[in-house]
Design a protein around this ligand. Structure first.
Ligand code: SOE
Length: 400
């Protein structure tokens, strides 16, 4: 932790790299945060960077950015930018984040932090040196900012579950079930680092470690690529789309699905839970089922993002008539929700990103390390690497 510094006030001038799915979600967050939260620093959408001049201008107009750059290096050189927000594919993260931090810009970097442990280690070393100079960084594990998951963490911290014995985490989507869905950058290992594992499994890993306050220490894993070649080009819709069955096809170089079992380090008590994880884009009918269930010595918690405004809680102390009860996480006392709508008027996916920038702005203003830090994201990266190593060695138990 860095020592708290005097509270800063004024603008926080943001420069963002990339403007697709994550770029749109982050733009919405920067625009919306000051309208619903009292912020110590006022974000301005100062400049957007992308390689194609026409496309980046069109995106800037649509998403509300004041100016554009066609090279991220130019963004970093500008003295009217305080923070670089990295929303480009994983293979670009380390170079941009390191250059930005060394130039004295705060950094928000999409997850997973990098495409390899070596890159993530370099980023973390630079981030720690920058933090000593008051230049801060955070990785965008946005699900931490889901009110129901933030409440789950609080309940675990408050001891409502007792000692956690089981972690059961699944991240299920189905947008690759169509064998003719196009070959996009998310299916290219060079650009994305890995497939379901890093894109969505990373969220489950981070969420599980954060809620339990424990690190994963070892894994045994299986990875599978069901569709080995996909159409090049084609109609791209949302994350997937349809590429047509007759044109040229190229190789899918990442996993379509990942499953692994895991041990946790036990934190202060030493007796850690065991975990089961599953990440896939082939679970037909499951659209964004980011789920986690925890069973402890005193109770259980269950969450599914497809019903994101609620959390299920089983309290063993309720006696023989007890059952899972559904907490609608929209009360003013619940995390983040008091700044939005009256009780019962739920939130959506975009709110996670708004909460993320609210927390980041608060940390920058007070000079404290935001979480997840690059060091926390490096631990997730190490778990991803252990999963790949284990799967490559016939599911052999692999220490993180
Ligand atoms: C971003 O946080 C992200 O992980 C995307 O990269 C996934 O594709 C999405 O489905 C969940 O959010």
């Amino acid at each position: 932790m860095t020592e708290p510094r005097p509270v800063r006030e004024g603008p926080l001038r943001v420069g963002m790299v990339g403007y697709a799915f994550m770029g749109a979600a982050h733009s919405h967050a920067w625009r919306t945060a000051p309208r619903f939260f009292d912020l110590p620093l006022q974000p301005t959408l100062t400049a957007l960077a992308g390689r194609n001049p026409e496309a980046v201008k069109a995106a800037a107009n649509k998403l509300g950015w004041e100016s554009t750059e066609t090279d991220w290096r130019a963004l970093i050189e500008r003295d009217d930018i305080d923070l670089i927000d990295i929303c480009s594919p994983g293979n670009t993260h380390s170079e941009i984040a390191i250059a930005a931090l060394e130039a004295g810009k705060h950094v928000l970097c999409e997850k997973p932090l990098a495409n390899s442990v070596a890159e993530a280690e370099r980023m973390t070393a630079v981030a720690e040196a920058a933090a000593a100079r008051g230049v801060l960084s955070m990785c965008g594990f946005s699900y931490r900012r889901t009110p129901a998951l933030a409440l789950a963490k609080k309940m675990v911290d408050d001891g409502r579950l007792g000692e956690v014995r089981h972690v059961r985490a699944q991240y299920l989507q189905d947008w690759l079930s169509d064998a003719d869905a196009p070959l996009t950058w998310r299916l290219d290992k060079e650009k994305s680092g890995s497939g379901s594992l890093g894109d969505i499994g990373a969220h489950s890993i981070d969420t599980a470690q954060w809620i339990t306050g424990q690190n994963i220490t070892g894994v045994s894993a299986l990875l599978e690529t069901f569709v080995k070649e996909r159409p090049v080009g084609g109609e791209f819709v949302g994350l997937g789309g349809h590429g047509g069955s007759d044109g040229p096809r190229g190789p899918v170089t990442v996993d379509d699905a990942a499953i692994f079992s895991a041990r946790f380090d036990g934190g202060e008590s030493g007796a850690g839970p065991i975990g089961v994880f599953e990440a896939t884009r082939f679970a037909l009918g499951r659209k964004n089922a980011m789920r986690i269930e925890l069973n402890g010595t005193k109770g259980s918690l269950a969450f599914d993002f497809e019903d994101m405004n609620s959390l299920s809680f089983y309290d063993a102390e309720d006696g023989p008539e007890s059952g899972f009860r559904k907490i609608i996480v929209t009360e003013p006392e619940h995390p983040y929700t008091g700044n939005w709508w009256p009780t019962g008027h739920g939130l959506g996916y975009e709110h996670l990103f708004t909460h993320q920038v609210v927390d980041l702005i608060g940390a920058i203003a007070s000079g404290t390390q935001p979480s997840p830090s690059f060091a926390e994201a490096l631990q997730v990266q190490r778990v991803l690497a252990a999963v790949e190593a284990s799967a490559g060695a016939g599911s052999q138990w692999t220490e993180v």
